[in-house]
Design a protein around this ligand. Structure first.
Ligand SMILES: Nc1ncnc2c1ncn2[C@@H]1O[C@H](COP(=O)(O)OP(=O)(O)O)[C@@H](O)[C@H]1O
Ligand SMILES: [Mg+2]
Length: 251
């Protein structure tokens, strides 16, 4: 059964996997997110775009349960999860691939991947997911027994993505997966993301690369100073004066 088969409100709730309303969050006295509303649709790619410092990583960490919001609601398929601890969110399928990859340099590629699958939710499907990760990232398969720290930046990003997949995500939060990567490697990462959607995974991707991200995203939000200043899809959003301002600091 698909969302289209479910009548009325249930269909709306199912199609709106993660929903964020009036979200405020920050660090101590410093408020970063100031009333963010976002809908992440099921089995689609939703993007959060914005310049450096806009609040993208703060949002991702709030959604993963690593930072507590000071106000607002977060729901998953209609159920509030704002107070749910991180490990329970992982168990319900919300998995963060953090900015800066964060692979364990001393552990092998295989060990790093296996760490993604330690939850009771993920363990039964571990071998099948490992096979899928190897299909998506042949480079990782070739380097399975190599230490994570010896991989190139792009390979480490593939490893971080692979580890996230090993947790069997329903909603994958990708925080700037192309940050600091050479253009050719960034293109490879952008080619992988639609394949995750084809696997039925709901993706929320934070990026600075407006043009490339809009080519793969079904819907995008533009964040400026912790506020959504524009939303939409494709070229219309790229031409929006509010988006140009958010990126360039002027109209
Ligand atoms: N750990 C922290 N403590 C205090 N301020 C932080 C911390 N992390 C980020 N910030 C601040 O929050 C704002 C948003 O940062 P961030 O969410 O990382 O933005 P982005 O991911 O869009 O670059 C910035 O002004 C940044 O300096
Ligand atoms: Mg960031």
């Amino acid at each position: 059964m698909t969302a289209a088969d479910i009548p009325g409100a249930a269909a709306a709730a199912a199609a709106r996997s993660l929903s964020v309303r009036g979200l405020h969050a920050g660090y101590g006295e410093v408020l970063v997110l100031r009333g963010v509303d976002i809908d992440v649709r099921e089995a689609a790619i939703t993007a959060v775009l914005g310049a450096n410092g806009a609040g993208k990583s703060t949002l991702m960490q709030v959604l993963a349960g690593l930072i507590a919001p000071s106000a607002g609601q977060i729901t998953l398929a209609g159920k509030p999860i704002g107070a749910t601890p991180t490990h329970q969110r992982v168990a319900s399928g919300i998995v963060l691939v953090p900015e800066g990859r964060k692979v364990f340099p001393e552990l092998t590629v295989r060990e790093n991947l296996m760490l993604g699958a330690v939850t009771p939710h993920a363990r039964p499907g571990r071998d099948a997911m490992m096979a899928q990760v190897c299909t998506l990232f042949p480079r990782l398969q070739e380097r399975m027994e190599q230490a994570g720290g010896t991989l190139s930046g792009g390979e480490q990003q593939m490893l971080a993505l692979g580890r996230g997949l090993m947790a069997r995500p329903n909603v994958l939060l990708l925080d700037e997966p192309t940050l600091g990567l050479a253009p050719a490697i960034a293109r490879q990462i952008f080619r992988i993301v639609p394949r995750l959607r084809a696997m039925g995974i709901t993706v929320l991707i934070a990026e600075q690369d407006l043009h490339r991200t809009l080519k793969i995203a079904d819907h995008a939000y533009v964040l400026e100073n912790g506020v959504v200043v524009a939303q939409g899809a494709g070229r219309d959003l790229e031409r929006d004066p509010a988006v140009r301002r958010a990126y360039l600091g002027h109209d």
